[in-house]
Design a protein around this ligand. Sequence first.
Ligand code: ATP
Ligand code: ATP
Ligand code: MG
Ligand code: MG
Length: 301
Amino acid sequence: MGACLQKTTALIFSLCWSTLGWDKTENNMAKSRFEYVKEYERTDRLLPETWIVIRVDGRGFHKFSNFYEFEKPNDERALGVMNDAAEAVVRAIPDVMLAYGDSDEYSFLLRRGCELFERRESKLVSTFASTFTANYMHSWSCRFPDKPLQAHHLPTFDSRAVLYPTVKTVRDYLSWRQADCHINNLYNTAFWTLVQKGGLTPQEAEGRLCGTVSSDKHEILFSEFGINYNNEPEMYKKGTILVREPESEADRMEVGNKLASGELSPRQLDRLLKKKNVQVKKLHVDLIRDPFWNERPWILS
Ligand code: ATP
Ligand code: ATP
Ligand code: MG
Ligand code: MG
């Protein structure tokens, strides 16, 4: 009886094995028969030795900010959520040397020699958009416990990659974004002051500002409402910069000096930066003029 059971068990096992083996061969054949479709994929390796900038931007945030009743013109908590999400991206992706953001957008500057995902554009833009979105939602739940996110009103972000071939074009790109932040913020500050403090309707405020230049808006704010625009919070006027840099002033100087004397190869710079306890720092300063870059030569080296 025992022997009979053993034989039957062995037979079942061998049948299973052969069935599985047969399936495997079949599956492999099927797989290779279908696999040609992979050739339809577009190669999208980005040009080497150029700086990649990836910009994420909130989709329909005009509506999103109305739905969640953001304070106008600037909801500080919402900007905090953006900054948290960007910081998480910078920490998750060491190739990011600097990030700049305002409103519902963030730009991420990857180091020139970046080989992440073999520089495949679709991998890069999708990873940045999804990592940003996931962290945005996570941070939202911490900063807005009173306003849980609602289905059909969830935050989503698009993302694009742009290549810049020179230090000048990288700097001009970032200057463009910071100038945009300034222009929008000045307009929005004047607009919402006219509405909230001046009692104008949005249409009237728009009409009032139509054709005005920067100095006119400063003047309206100052003479009619006693607001000195220059005293507005730096984060609103300049946006937020996240930058990798050694924590101590001495280490920053050392890296800067070595770079200036041409002592460091890119690999040595990488190694040195790793050793120097590099932190992600948050700044609200001018990045259009030279000092910011002169103090941090490793960003574009
Ligand atoms: P698109 O999908 O084309 O990007 P959008 O509605 O997101 O459209 P944007 O040009 O990206 O338009 O502008 C984002 C809008 O979100 C701003 O104009 C502003 O109204 C709002 N917004 C974003 N962040 C804040 C904030 N922290 N405080 C107040 N409003 C904000
Ligand atoms: P990459 O970042 O290159 O995509 P990956 O780790 O995501 O790397 P994939 O080839 O995408 O690798 O495979 C996803 C892996 O995740 C699977 O091999 C499996 O181990 C695991 N996985 C995904 N979904 C499930 C699931 N529902 N149950 C168990 N394991 C899962
Ligand atoms: Mg948007
Ligand atoms: Mg935007």
